[in-house]
Design a protein around this ligand. Structure first.
Ligand SMILES: [Zn+2]
Ligand SMILES: [Zn+2]
Length: 358
């Protein structure tokens, strides 16, 4: 059994419990590991789904559950074989902490599709047994292959959400060729959507935001949108028919997908990154005419996540965050359910260090 130490963390003990201060075991760094003191951790909607066991049919939660996969921290210790990091370096960890490294996906540098990947939390832990624990914690130990470098000038609280919200929107835009001169739609201006707007703008695209809330218009323009369409106004929607190269749909509530597919030009693609609970109804003709595609995309690979962070470093892109102490995490979850945040919560983990563990 690997040697362990106890990390002060915020964990849920059951689907109905609040997150509370809890000690959880972490492994001592092995030769390829990096020990990171967590400085900031973003709150992703997946954290809430997992804590409340809302994905139990596909991905049952093991308790205690320490969520968090938008992690920024500082390296404090490294194993003897580590070459990429030294103590004092900034470091980041996203949704993956390991994969089998031997399957064809891993061989192609696409570990986000590895059938044996290890997610940052609630995934079988190869070292300690049980499941992995995420970033709502004072520290985390991760193999250097899955640790990212952080561009030095970025605001660290705002950089944390890049590790999930950032890469989830950057990866599909890169895959479907969003570059200067392309017209890109972003549906839904939440945690993912606001990152998509910033990234698409920096990639040089003409960006159109679709929202149901007219009061988000000014924000969308400030974030980098060239146009804002209120999706309830059918005349505004009609004007956009057949004009988009790419649309990123970040809405996880029920909505009419055909209205957006019809806005694609020939060979355009609509990619889902939000996951509505109920199956979406798709009219075949909306795809057939125009040879359009409907697609989906998960996070991104480790190499692509590094590329995204470096891109954000060059363009000074971070998420718009509300920084909270970890003691407010339960309240933040309630507000997240009401979309009452602009646009991501980022937990300042110094608040955990100053707390005595229960
Ligand atoms: Zn996430
Ligand atoms: Zn693999």
């Amino acid at each position: 059994m690997a040697k362990t130490w106890n990390a002060k963390s915020y964990a849920a003990a059951s689907p109905t419990s609040s997150l509370t201060s809890t000690m959880i075991p972490r492994r001592e760094p092995t030769e390829h590991d990096v020990h990171i003191d967590v400085l900031f951790c973003g709150i992703c909607h997946s954290d809430l789904h997992t804590v409340r066991d809302e994905w139990k049919s596909v991905f049952p939660t093991v308790y205690p559950c320490v969520p968090g996969h938008e992690i920024i921290g500082r390296v404090t210790r490294v194993g003897s074989a580590v070459t990429k990091f030294k103590p004092g370096d900034l470091a980041a960890v996203g949704c993956l902490v390991d994969s089998d490294r031997t399957c064809s996906e891993c061989q192609n540098g696409l570990e986000q599709f590895c059938p044996n990947m290890t997610l940052t939390y609630n995934s079988p832990d190869k070292h300690l047994g049980g499941v992995t624990h995420g970033g709502y914690s004072e520290g985390i130990v991760v193999d250097e292959r899955f640790v990212l470098r952080v561009p030095p000038k970025l605001d660290l609280a705002g950089a944390a959400p890049l590790l999930c919200a950032g890469i989830t929107t950057y990866s599909p835009m890169r895959h479907w060729g969003v570059v200067k001169g392309k017209k890109v739609g972003v549906v839904g201006l939440g945690g993912l959507g606001h990152m998509a707007v910033k990234l698409a703008h920096a990639l040089g695209a003409h960006v159109v935001v679709f929202t149901t809330s007219p009061n988000k218009k000014d924000d969308a323009l400030r974030l980098g949108a060239d146009e804002v369409v209120i999706s309830r106004h059918s005349d505004e929607m009609k004007k956009q028919t057949g004009s988009f190269d790419f649309i990123l749909d970040a809405v996880s509530a029920d909505h009419d997908i055909n209205a957006y597919i019809n806005l694609l030009r020939r060979d355009g693609t609509l990619t889902l990154v939000g996951a509505p609970e109920k199956p979406l109804e798709v009219t075949a003709f909306s795809l057939i005419f125009g040879r359009r595609s409907l697609a989906g995309s998960p996070i991104g690979s480790i190499d692509e996540t590094q590329e995204m962070l470096d891109f954000c470093g060059i363009h000074n892109i971070t998420a718009d965050v509300e920084v909270i102490p970890v003691q407010q995490v339960n309240e933040a979850y309630d507000r997240l359910l009401k979309s009452d945040v602009k646009y991501r919560f980022s937990i300042d983990m110094a608040s955990l260090k100053s707390e005595r563990a229960a």
